[in-house]
Design a binder for this molecule. Structure first.
Ligand SMILES: [Zn+2]
Length: 479
């Protein structure tokens, strides 16, 4: 297999191999001892922290409060909601022994927390004055994975799960769409990932949900990645967990609940939205190091250049720019350039004796071919601008890429061609059997009924029966 100078398989040759190599080489993760688990290394974990802090701020700003519920859930809780248990059964890790003996009731390692939170909501909610109840939890969950992929599908992953209870459907639906909107903002503003938002078709709904909403991003191999989901549960969980409240007139009514989640999977989305054959390309807002300084000098000048580089790094850090000085001795500048390029650092500064004499540094960004000298005196302001522009450039580039590879199709032949390299906008009959047939023929599934889609109807692209969504559905192969 042909490889480039640094030994990474090119995306065009084998995207999956490229991804698997990059996550390890960039030191984002390592394999855990149990199959399907991942160790998130400091460089990868920093990306998660940046994402987590931003999303947490948005969640709190919209009136939600954080709580923490137990990892272990009684098996009987999951069995109460029939669809829920059927959906999760194949992925459950079950604890049967503890404290040296067999347990009377097996315990489930949480795959999600609707049940345990539902049980508590039933206890905490009694009156309409207790509503809405807006809870969020940051936690790890376990879903046994048969085909693990780092960040995308791991047996254990990190996420937040919002769980809310409301007096009626309109309020719960507002909440469901509010969470979807928060996620779309995080994708665009932090991850520079354009997403299409809208509802899932019934066949793709969360087990136990009445309606499921999603955000879908296109990766550089044309596949879709679900970046988060938000569910309106109706009164399904309220009925089985007895979450009821007294209305102002004193009658008892079931709450309408929602749940919504975004996970460490989004980091996989960032890697596959922006990365190239040289490695990662990180959006500045999620980059552990936004700027790396590489001092270039030998012999007597080395100490002087290094001292100036330290001073510069301190200045930039004080200005709020995440700056890293690569002062590793014995490594050549060329090696360092390649290393930080592979690890996706947005901006690199080179500093040598001649630059210092001229009062400049040599700046290059992760996508540009050229380097340009920038004055040291006003570097804070210049870099803040450059980082903002780079963030914007990534979002535009990803949006153009997605739009180029999204095709409105009318015939089945066009459909099959479109989903081989990207997404197809097609009319669909809404039947699960027809979705299954499409999946068997092309590996594509309905990703989302776009909220912003224009009204359209006609014959199903596959079976010719009348379309049902009043607009076109986006189909694609997915992670
Ligand atoms: Zn059909």
């Amino acid at each position: 297999m042909a490889r480039d100078a640094r030994g990474v398989t090119p995306q065009s040759q084998d995207f999956s191999a490229w991804y698997n190599e990059i996550v390890l080489r960039a030191e984002l993760v390592d394999r855990g001892p149990v199959r399907g688990t991942m160790v998130i290394r400091p460089y990868g974990y920093r990306i998660w922290e940046l994402l987590q802090a931003d999303l947490d701020r948005r969640i709190k700003q919209t009136g939600h409060v954080n709580a923490y519920f137990p990892l272990l859930i009684p098996q009987s809780y999951l069995q109460r909601e029939a669809e829920h248990v059927a959906g999760f059964a194949p992925e459950l890790a079950v604890v049967t022994h503890a404290g040296g003996r067999e347990l009377e009731e097996p315990l489930i390692v949480r795959p999600t927390s609707e049940t345990v939170i539902g049980e508590m909501m039933a206890k905490w909610i009694s009156s309409h004055r207790d509503l809405p109840m807006l809870l969020n939890q940051w936690a790890n969950v376990v879903r046994w994975e048969m085909r693990p992929r780092m960040f995308l599908r791991t047996t254990e992953f990190l996420w937040q799960e919002g769980h809310t209870a409301h007096a009626d459907e309109p309020d719960a639906m507002r909440e469901t769409l509010l969470a979807l909107g928060l996620y779309a903002e995080v994708c665009a503003e932090m991850a520079a990932m354009p997403v299409v938002t809208g509802e899932k078709t019934p066949g793709e709904r969360f087990p136990g949900a009445r309606r499921t909403y999603t955000l879908e991003g296109m990766m550089r191999d044309g596949r879709a990645l679900q970046a988060g989901t938000s569910h309106y549960m109706g009164t399904n969980f309220a009925e089985v967990f007895d979450i009821r409240y007294a209305t102002p007139s004193g009658e008892l009514a079931h709450c309408h609940t929602t749940s919504w989640g975004m996970s460490s999977r989004l980091i996989g989305g960032v890697i596959m939205t922006h990365g190239d054959d040289k490695g990662l390309v990180l959006p500045p807002r999620l980059a552990p190091h936004q700027v790396v300084i590489v001092p270039i000098a030998r012999g007597e000048e080395a100490e002087r250049v290094l001292a100036s580089a330290r001073e510069l790094a301190d200045r930039l850090v004080r200005a709020g720019i995440r700056t890293h000085l690569d002062d590793r001795p014995q490594l050549s500048p060329g090696f360092k350039f390649n290393d930080w390029e592979m690890r996706g650092v947005p901006i690199r500064l080179e500093l040598g004796p001649r630059d210092l004499a001229a009062g400049t540094a040599l700046m290059s960004d992760r996508l540009a071919e050229r380097k340009s000298p920038v004055p040291l005196a006003s570097l804070e302001a210049r870099l803040t601008d450059e980082l903002g522009m780079f963030q914007g450039l990534l979002l535009r580039r990803a949006t153009e890429f997605r739009d180029r590879r999204t095709v409105t199709v009318h015939e089945w032949e066009e459909f099959a061609a479109a989903v081989a390299t990207g997404w197809a906008r097609a009319l669909h009959c809404g039947r699960t059997a027809c979705e299954d047939d499409i999946k068997a023929a092309t590996a594509a599934t309905p990703r989302v009924v776009p909220a912003a889609g224009e009204p359209d109807e006609g014959a199903c692209v596959r079976c010719g029966m009348p379309s049902v969504y009043g607009r076109r559905v986006l189909f694609g192969r997915a992670y």
